[in-house]
Design a protein around this ligand. Structure first.
Ligand SMILES: Cc1cc2nc3c(=O)[nH]c(=O)nc-3n(C[C@H](O)[C@H](O)[C@H](O)COP(=O)(O)OP(=O)(O)OC[C@H]3O[C@@H](n4cnc5c(N)ncnc54)[C@H](O)[C@@H]3O)c2cc1C
Length: 543
């Protein structure tokens, strides 16, 4: 018998091929890194779980896969109304569709489509090895390497396959994107903070077989009815989701039945088997938890493994994909030997507070939606209808790799998310993302970037910084300048009273300055990136 252990060595091991794992594997793979993905199920799940992504997330998805394919049956969600038991409007979560990111601000999506689009892109990358139908079973690490053993999973029996041959993986980094019950997190012994929200809801996904009544048209509705909170929301342009809260005295197993589903549909919407085909139904336990730490040594947590949110804001997967994008560009710089590994220390300080604010907001909304006491519900209705405080602003990054002012705090606006516009470069007009991809960008008023000294320019080139020399407003591009078709980037500079601005690969505004401060701004960026000018590559090669 040959008992020599076969080991596959890669740059990054990704455990879990949900939204977070797909995006991470694709972005790293497209950057040319060796990636191994381990996923329990042999095929993509093929059924919707999330139904909403925001415009920022749509940008990441369309960098990870083909956007047209991903969103082929998506449409905008102009309204997500919250109403009380009498049908009076308390809140509209979506608000005006600004299309700030070019994509709609809120897209109703068919999750299997975007997962398939990213997977198809990954299949074109021979450097991404997929171990699907394997479950991560043992994990360890030492000073230089993370080790993972995976065993085949019998999908039919929903159990570890008997007599399967294990796979052994090694890499300098491992990321657990393995969902809320994360094996990676529990193997690291990391506990979670429970923010104290636990509710059971029956989820029903369906394809209508005939047009549904107008109340379902292109909008989500959250009925904050103390008798039984419930909601409905489209799944892309073809499906329809319904959710019904379980009452305290209702048993999960009694509600996880087709009879219960049609009883609810009949009672609340007058719908029956003649109106729709069921895709699936399931009682979910919504929870609100945050891992106490998102990293131990060479092993990181991302997505639901790090933070699990109730779905009232539709932000769980959006946050998961932000985690992956944040890690992807930092791993890229480290793996190319251009940044010291300590840049990875900025992952959690950047992502944790952002995700935590969304968790808190979703929990607050969840509590309001689930109020069962009629007296408290009446007070909620009064406050929300007549004295509602303005919604808190969407969180921005508040720490990490951001330009600082003299006091060391991020400069005003750094960490925010500028919009996306179209650019004409070499006669071709496309979106910023289509032209630039996943790179740092210096946006500069015409002629200003010529002031970058050659050695600094060489360093910037080595990390892939794209320089956009904006043609003066209303003028055609000349000598390599770029037309800011929608005026988005000129307006950004005007708003910041700046001549240059730096945008990170994850679309975040790093900082800005006037032309005199440009060299200091760029040099400081390199410093914050722990730029090594490739020294680490040489050191590694020597070692
Ligand atoms: C009803 C509902 C509605 C939601 N709606 C929205 C919404 O509209 N918008 C939104 O942004 N979010 C929404 N969410 C949240 C969203 O679904 C999650 O935040 C998102 O799926 C997290 O992605 P992930 O990749 O981190 O984890 P997951 O999607 O959970 O993927 C984890 C993967 O890891 C695999 N895995 C687990 N353990 C192992 C192991 N040991 N070995 C190998 N593989 C393993 C699993 O099979 C799975 O494929 C909703 C959630 C629910 C429950």
């Amino acid at each position: 018998m040959n008992d020599v252990k076969q080991v596959t060595k890669v740059d990054v091991i990704v455990v879990g091929y949900g939204p977070a794992g797909l995006v991470l594997a694709s972005l790293l793979g497209q950057q040319g890194h060796q990636v191994a993905v381990v996923e329990r199920w042999p095929e993509l799940y093929g059924m919707p779980r999330l139904t909403h992504v925001d415009g920022e997330t749509a940008r990441f998805i369309s960098l990870a896969g083909d956007g047209e394919q991903a969103f082929r049956e998506a449409w905008d969600t102009p309204h997500y109304y919250w109403v009380n038991g009498k049908g009076q409007i308390l809140l509209d979560i979506t608000g005006e569709n600004t299309k700030k990111m070019i994509w709609d601000d809120h897209l109703s999506v068919h999750q299997p489509h975007f997962e398939e689009a990213i997977h198809d892109r990954i299949l074109t990358l021979p450097n991404v090895k997929l171990f699907r139908g394997y479950v991560a079973s043992e994990m360890s690490q030492d000073a230089n390497t993370a080790y993972l053993t995976c065993v085949p999973w019998d999908a039919e029996k929903n159990a570890v396959a008997i007599d399967g041959v294990p796979v052994h993986l090694e890499a300098p980094y491992l990321v657990g994107t393995d969902g809320s019950k994360s094996f990676v997190r529990s193997s690291l012994g990391i506990d979670r903070i429970d923010l104290g929200f636990n509710r059971r809801w029956l989820l029903v996904d369906s394809y209508p077989t005939k047009p549904l009544p107008p109340k379902f048209d292109k909008k989500g509705m959250q009925y904050c009815d103390p008798k039984r909170p419930h909601m409905h929301i489209p799944i892309g342009s073809t499906g329809q989701r319904f959710n019904f809260a379980l009452l305290d005295n209702e048993k999960t197993e009694d509600m996880n039945t087709e009879d219960a589903v049609f009883r609810m549909l009949k009672h609340f919407h007058g719908l029956g088997r003649q109106d729709l085909t069921l895709i699936r139904y399931l009682v979910y336990a919504f929870e609100c938890r945050m891992a106490k730490s998102w990293r131990t040594g060479r092993i990181f947590l991302a997505g639901d493994a790090a933070h699990t949110t109730p779905p009232y804001l539709g932000q769980g997967a959006c946050a998961a994909i932000r985690d992956s994008s944040n890690l992807a560009w930092k791993f890229d710089l480290v793996l190319r030997g251009l940044a010291n590994e300590s840049i990875l220390d900025t992952y959690e300080p950047e992502r944790r507070p952002h995700a935590f604010k969304l968790l808190q907001a979703a929990r607050k909304l969840g509590i309001l939606a689930n109020l069962r006491n009629p007296f408290l519900a009446a007070i909620r209705d009064m406050v929300m209808r007549f004295k509602r405080p303005p919604s808190p602003a969407f969180p921005i990054l508040t720490d990490g790799i951001l330009a600082r002012d003299a006091s060391g705090k991020p400069m005003p606006g750094a960490g925010s998310l500028p919009g996306q516009g179209r650019l004409t470069i070499d006669g071709e007009t496309k979106t910023f993302d289509e032209h630039i991809g996943f790179h740092f960008t210096l946006i500069a008023k015409h002629g200003v970037a010529a002031g970058i000294p050659a050695p600094l320019r060489k360093d910037l080139d080595s990390i892939g910084v794209r320089i956009l020399d904006l043609a003066p407003r209303g003028q055609a591009a000349a000598n390599g300048s770029v037309v800011d078709v929608d005026g988005v980037y000129g307006s950004l500079l005007d708003e910041m009273n700046a001549d240059v601005a730096i945008i990170r690969p994850d679309f975040v505004l790093y900082g800005y300055s006037d032309s005199k401060g440009m060299v200091a701004l760029l040099s400081d960026l390199l410093k914050q990136l722990r730029f090594t000018r490739g020294r680490e590559v040489a050191q590694r090669a020597a070692a």
